[in-house]
Design a protein. Structure first.
Length: 467
């Protein structure tokens, strides 16, 4: 088990993490007609919105309670209640999430009480689902904020089996999928294809593929999300055949869903690499009772061939990785599986996945910590989000951009990392980075028995002329 070094610095230098409210907003954006509202100052929401717009390159619905100096001192309960009412009245969403920021948490807010006050004051909006989540940005990261929000949505919006009269297996083809924050829209689309090949119908909770995949719509403008999981579909999760949980961070969300519905679940830490995807395919084979399709078997053989093809570039490659815990675990397993060595691993917050990582040391810190570890251990390649690009330049090593945010490349949000096909492409990308960056020039060799170089011949002719 890895040794976990906790943060000792009083500040972050070259910060790695994005905040918990950003993660909570991301979970919300995976539901249809949803609106996240950050309880804090306008600046907190503005920064989050910039992150989302630069990453997804799409308009992102995001609201704020706009706390100012007065409400920060005297209380901002009215901001929350009236903010929910204004969104419900003007946008008619299916879901509103209230996500606290560091300012609101320090002020001592009670957003759950605020929601009850809203329900009492404005009963005409009872059809709008409202979920309040404590997501202070002075702790945790995107992954933890995402997991907290998804857990609260399940606790408040998924009915108990007894109340809803649901029964596991009643819908013989439905497969619930709790999708972790590391899954991109491209990953969700790829996982949908894999699940459907086994004759199952996936219900993603949430589904960022339909809402954040960059597709054009007929509507010129929408104040809420378009696409994603319908809130009404949460009433059916208790009838599903099984639940697939992707990501260690969703352990509490999975526990809550299992307790409310009794639907059996299959938990997988990530879907990076051969072994992890073998675990996925075995689970789908067991759930569906169907044989593994020949197409998937062929994709597995293609991945095996890619492991052979890239072995000379990735074998013994010294890699440094920065990212949230679930994704960090996935890349560590993938690099190790392909013959490389992870010499520097940094994550922004403590998480259950850290205990499963097969490396010597994991640092809870920032990109400065990653640079110091990478330099000391002579790393040859870096994996991280766009914030790590400057670190790769200073270290003079190539970078594979992964995670959130990615603002200096086009289409990073849509890239597919999972499945046999996605893993195969990641291996190719890593190998190409090594080939194109770490090449070594070999000096020209002149045999003593061959023709003299042209410049030596010219020197002899010039010498003869002089004499």
């Amino acid at each position: 088990m890895a040794e976990i070094e906790k943060r000792k610095k009083a500040l972050s230098v070259s910060p790695l993490k994005a905040s918990q409210p950003v993660g909570g907003s991301l979970a919300t954006l995976g539901f249809n007609r949803a609106m996240p509202m950050l309880h804090g100052s306008q600046g907190c929401t503005a920064f989050a919105k910039v992150f989302f717009v630069r990453h997804f390159r799409e308009p992102i619905p995001l609201q704020t309670t706009a706390m100012d100096q007065g409400s920060s001192v005297m209380g901002a309960d009215e901001n929350v209640v009236e903010g929910i009412k204004n969104i419900a009245e003007k946008s008619n969403p299916s879901l509103i999430t209230i996500l606290t920021t560091g300012l609101a948490e320090t002020q001592g807010c009670d957003v759950q009480r605020n929601v009850r006050e809203f329900r009492s004051k404005y009963p005409q909006y009872d059809h709008v689902a409202v979920v309040a989540v404590n997501t202070p940005d002075f702790t945790g990261c995107v992954e933890s904020g995402y997991a907290l929000t998804l857990t609260e949505i399940i606790k408040q919006l998924v009915p108990d089996a007894e109340t809803a009269a649901t029964k596991p297996g009643h819908r013989k083809r439905q497969l619930n999928i709790l999708a972790g924050s590391m899954l991109t829209p491209g990953d969700v689309e790829a996982l949908t294809d894999i699940v459907e090949m086994f004759g199952l119908r996936p219900l993603f909770i949430p589904n960022v593929a339909n809402s954040l995949d960059g597709s054009l719509t007929d509507d010129p403008f929408s104040p809420v999300t378009i696409g994603g999981t319908e809130i009404s579909e949460l009433q059916t999760v208790g009838d599903a055949l099984a639940t697939l949980v992707i990501g260690s961070s969703l352990g509490k969300a999975a526990d809550a869903l299992l307790e409310k519905t009794g639907v059996p679940d299959y938990r997988i830490d990530h879907l990076y690499g051969l072994a992890a995807n073998d675990q996925l395919i075995s689970a789908l084979h067991e759930i569906s009772g169907n044989e593994v399709p020949e197409r998937i078997e062929r994709q597995r053989m293609q991945l095996q061939d890619a492991l052979l093809d890239t072995h000379f570039m990735l074998g013994q490659l010294r890699v440094s990785i920065a990212g949230d815990a679930d994704q960090l675990l996935g890349f560590i397993d993938l690099v190790t599986e392909s013959g490389g060595e992870v010499v520097a691993a940094v994550t922004p917050g403590n998480a259950p996945a850290l205990k499963k990582m097969q490396v010597d040391t994991i640092k809870i810190g920032d990109l400065e910590d990653l640079e110091n570890m990478a330099k000391a251990n002579k790393a040859q390649l870096l994996i991280g989000n766009s914030h790590a690009a400057h670190s790769s330049e200073r270290l003079n090593i190539p970078i594979l951009r992964a995670g959130f945010p990615q603002y200096d490349i086009i289409g990073g949000y849509q890239k597919t990392w999972i499945g046999y096909r996605g893993t195969r492409q990641v291996l190719f990308d890593l190998a190409n980075l090594v080939i194109n960056f770490a090449h070594e020039d070999i000096s020209v060799y002149h045999s003593i028995y061959g023709q003299k170089p042209a410049h030596e011949k010219q020197d002899r002719e010039a010498e003869a002329t002089c004499h």
